[in-house]
Design a protein around this ligand. Structure first.
Ligand code: NAP
Length: 550
């Protein structure tokens, strides 16, 4: 779907520039434009949708239920929209985002095919100067980074890729026209959410599939199904209340009462029955909410791990393959818990092989396939990298960004990201982020998180306008305290134990810092609201000329 209708626009002079036309950037445009400010979105792709625009790999589907994973700001839309399945597919979600863009006439203020390469703050003019790949230089008084948390796809640095004679793909940069693997010998590297979703579909099409796995992961059945009309009707009848209630939950999703029992205070039989019922229900929150200490007690968590391990052993017929697929190296839930459709069953196909590349890493991609460190070679016609993203910080660090006083983002984040509420940073005036590092972001329902951040930003801009301020900057003290709180909260959980992209462990050399806020979306929102109520505590505001005119 191409909607690149906007002509090249050079040297815009705006009140606000938003980078990225995903779900965050579009809602920010909608709200900020309604303030009467001049605003444009700069978007690298030729269409809206962000994640859902780029990730077109087979099987791509959201792991949050479709009745939840949608905007809450348009009550009529949430009543009218009919999601065909329990979990939205990528094409369906992209259709939805396009509909929102049209319904709210957003496209006219999105400049497509415009990749931002630099952002410098011009202190004298009090403007951000935004450079693009096409050589434009736009100016704006405020910059809103809606660049996404999982938007910088990463192909590992393996030698020889340029020599490969077949075609290769990254799940996060999938060709729009799709890929036909029929009759091919395919290799797939990576077994995170993208790999686990695409492997069963590729396996069904390809002549042969070899999966190269470094770390086995826990995955639960999604139990996707056509939308149940009774569930849908009930949900729609309560939609506004449910959205409101979602703000008071740790994950931004209502309907999951917090568990009150420890996994260790019930009998083994009772525990087994509880996990079994959650397994049958499908979904990750419900499973991880079986007991109240699965994220804090290793011993409690181990009971859930062992339940899932046993399921893998029961599903995969070849015991050796089953053992290779069984995770032991991290507590369940401390890496993004995957939801799958027939993933483990796929290894019962004659045409699918699993290769452990932990023991013998991939040494070289050759003209005909790839070779491992133990000398074994695999002949392949096509190669799929489901190897993930430079998460949470990659998109901002890819922009040459400086504050006009000699500080670059690369220097500021040298030891890992440092932000205040994931919304702004000390040293970078008039710059907001939506769901930046140290906000709940990927640990909550992303769309609700984007709405909450945007609403907060709009309130902040309104406050500045009312008080005649044109410049804000976060204090170092406020940022330091928030980063410390973020770390404290994470360290009380089992999360930091996993070598996950949450801590940047998937990128060689990336500083190990726990990036999302895991103190709960509810607590985070209350903190944001209190900070606003105290006149934007931690923000120094000033300047003469106020935030632009009505
Ligand atoms: P990911 O979780 O980071 O998984 C990447 C996989 O590639 C891992 O198995 C990793 O192994 C492997 N890998 C990386 N470099 C490798 C190398 N040099 N050799 C061998 N294996 C290598 O990435 P992802 O699957 O794209 O998912 C990222 C996140 O996006 C998810 O956690 C989720 O939040 C989101 N997502 C969501 C959905 C959904 O809603 N259903 C779907 C897709 C993605 P190691 O584990 O050993 O590093």
């Amino acid at each position: 779907m191409s909607d690149a209708t906007a002509p090249q626009q050079s040297n815009l002079d705006l009140d606000v520039v938003i980078i990225g036309a995903g779900v965050s950037g579009l809602y920010a445009l909608h709200r900020i434009r309604a303030m009467g400010l001049s605003v444009k979105v700069l978007e690298a792709g030729d269409g809206v949708g962000g994640t859902w625009y780029w990730n077109r790999y087979p099987g791509c589907r959201c792991d949050v239920e479709s009745l939840e994973y949608s905007y809450s700001f348009d009550s009529d839309l949430q009543q009218e929209w009919e999601w065909p399945e329990r979990y939205g597919t990528q094409p369906e979600i992209l259709r939805y985002v396009n509909h929102v863009a049209d319904r709210h006439d957003l496209r006219r203020d999105v400049v497509f095919e415009t990749r931002v390469t630099s952002a410098h703050f011009d202190e004298a003019a009090r403007q951000w100067v935004i450079g693009t790949e096409r050589g434009e230089s736009h100016r704006a008084r405020f910059c809103v980074m809606a660049t996404g948390n999982l938007s910088t796809p990463r192909v590992p640095d393996v030698k020889g890729l340029e020599n490969f004679e077949g075609k290769w793909y990254h799940t996060g940069l999938w060709p729009h026209e799709g890929v036909d693997f029929s009759g091919l010998r395919v290799g797939s590297i990576g077994t995170g959410s993208s790999g686990v979703q695409s492997i069963p579909i590729i396996a069904a099409q390809a002549a042969h599939l070899t999966v190269f796995q470094r770390t086995p992961q826990f995955s639960l059945p999604a139990r996707n199904a056509p939308m149940d009309k009774t569930t849908e009707a009930r949900h729609k009848a309560e939609y506004d209340d449910r959205r409101q209630a979602a703000y008071d939950t740790p994950f931004g999703i209502a309907g999951y009462p917090p568990p009150s029992q420890s996994a260790l205070e019930v009998s083994a039989e009772e525990r087994e029955a509880a996990y079994e019922s959650k397994w049958a229900e499908g979904g990750s929150i419900s499973f991880l909410y079986t007991y109240n200490d699965l994220f804090t007690s290793r011993e409690a968590n181990e009971t859930a791990c062992e339940f899932v391990r046993q399921k893998i052993r029961e599903t995969v017929k070849d015991p050796e393959t089953a053992e290779k697929l069984t995770p032991y190296d991290h507590p369940i839930g401390t890496k993004r818990l995957i939801l799958d459709t027939g993933y483990f069953e796929t290894y019962n196909r004659e045409t699918v092989d699993l290769v452990d590349v932990r023991k013998a890493p991939i040494e070289e991609i050759t003209a005909k396939g790839l070779r491992l460190a133990d000398g074994s070679e695999y002949e392949l016609d096509a190669l799929v990298f489901a190897t993930g993203f430079d998460a949470m910080t990659g998109a901002l660090r890819d922009i040459e960004m400086s504050n006009g006083r000699g500080l670059t983002i690369q220097e500021k984040w040298e030891g890992g990201p440092r932000c205040y509420l994931g919304l702004a940073m000390a040293g970078f005036p008039n710059l907001f982020m939506i769901t930046g590092p140290q906000s709940p972001s990927v640990k909550a329902q992303m769309i609700l998180g984007a709405e909450q951040h945007t609403d907060w930003i709009v309130d902040c801009l309104t406050h500045m306008r009312e008080h005649g301020h044109s410049r804000f900057e976060v204090t170092q003290q406020a940022e330091d305290a928030w980063v410390e709180h973020n770390n404290e909260v994470a360290n009380r959980t089992l999360y930091p134990l996993a070598n996950s992209w949450y801590v940047g462990a998937n990128i060689p050399g990336k500083p190990r810092v726990f990036m999302p806020y895991v103190g709960g979306f509810d607590r985070f929102k209350r903190t944001c609201d209190e900070i606003a109520a105290k006149g934007y505590e931690g923000f120094e505001m000033g300047g003469g000329e106020a935030v632009a005119a009505e």
